[in-house]
Structures are given as structure tokens and as C-alpha cells.
Ligand binder design. Structure first.
Ligand SMILES: C[S@@+](CC[C@H](N)C(=O)[O-])C[C@H]1O[C@@H](n2cnc3c(N)ncnc32)[C@H](O)[C@@H]1O
Length: 151
């Protein structure tokens, strides 16, 4: 009895793996982008990856609430510096988790953000400055200071 069950279980696992690998490859090929909520990450129109509206977004609508971690500037260096926000004091930086980290800059942004301190901790809240069409890239303004402090 036991060897039969073992045999059936082995066949079932082997069949699952055999079917799962091609299915996974097929799905990956058909889904080159990653979506969550109203945002998808795709090749940017300005640089590397960027965030795009995955559906129409209304002016004022909250696009993403990113849980954020406030750390000192000593905790952040190198390339990571280009991905963090200013914190509540000059020597603090806000690490926003989620897609909020991947929005590119525009001097004519369609998105802005504010910080909110909830019971659970800091959050970076991104919202639409105007109606945004599905497929538009999402930008906020990094600010003059951001660019002047980098080459
Ligand atoms: C927070 S990241 C944005 C995501 C980034 N494009 C990526 O692929 O990971 C910030 C970096 O994106 C690039 N970037 C953002 N906005 C840009 C723009 N308008 N023109 C050129 N590069 C930009 C700069 O290299 C900057 O250091």
C-alpha cells in the first residue's frame, strides 16, 4: 500500500514540475511588466524603468501609499541616494517601499506626494495632480536641489 502511494505521489510531483516549468516560461514571456493597483513598471520614456498608469486615474486620486522608513543620511550611500526622499530633518532620508521609489522626474509632473505619519509609521502618499490617461508615464518633480546636488 505504502509503495503505491509513494509511486503516485512521485508521478504527481513530476507531472506538476513538467507542466509548471513551460507554463511559467509562457506566462513570463506574456507578462514583461509588473502591475500593482493603478501602477505598472515598464521601460521609461526618459531613463531605465519608470512607473505608468495601468488605468485612467482621476485628479486628486491617491496612486500609492508607500510604507517608509526614516534613516540617517549615513545609512544611505552610493546609487541608493538616487532612490530616497528627504526626511523630516536635514540629515534624515526617507526610504519609500513600493513603486514610489521608481517614479522618474519631470519639471511638469502629473504626480505629487506628501508624507503622512500613521500609527504604523511614516508613509509616502503619491497622488495625481491632474487626470491621467491609462498608459501615461507617472512623474513627480524631484526639485532643483535634487539635481544641483548631483552631477
Ligand atoms: C528614483 S530613480 C527612478 C527610476 C530609474 N529610472 C530606474 O530605472 O531605476 C532616479 C534615477 O532615474 C533617473 N531619472 C529620473 N528622472 C529622469 C529624467 N527626467 N531624465 C533623466 N534621468 C532621470 C536618474 O538617473 C535618477 O538617478
Amino acid at each position: 500500500m505504502t509503495p503505491d502511494i509513494f509511486f503516485v505521489a512521485t508521478i504527481a510531483v513530476a507531472a506538476g514540475v513538467a507542466a509548471g516549468i513551460p507554463a511559467g516560461l509562457l506566462l513570463k514571456r506574456n507578462s514583461p511588466t509588473i502591475s500593482r493597483g493603478s501602477v505598472r513598471i515598464d521601460a521609461s520614456t526618459v531613463c531605465g524603468r519608470g512607473a505608468f498608469a495601468d488605468r485612467a486615474i482621476r485628479e486628486g486620486e491617491i496612486i500609492e501609499r508607500c510604507p517608509a522608513l526614516e534613516v540617517t543620511d549615513k545609512d544611505v550611500g552610493g546609487e541608493l541616494l538616487n532612490y530616497v526622499f528627504y526626511g523630516s530633518e536635514e540629515n534624515l532620508r526617507l526610504v519609500a517601499m513600493g513603486y514610489g521609489m521608481l517614479f522618474n522626474h519631470s519639471p511638469k509632473p502629473n504626480v505629487a506626494y506628501y508624507r503622512e505619519d500613521s500609527k504604523l509609521g511614516a508613509e509616502l502618499v503619491l497622488y495625481a495632480l491632474r487626470d491621467i490617461r491609462k498608459g501615461e508615464e507617472l512623474f513627480y518633480n524631484y526639485g532643483d536641489d535634487w539635481w544641483s546636488t548631483r552631477k
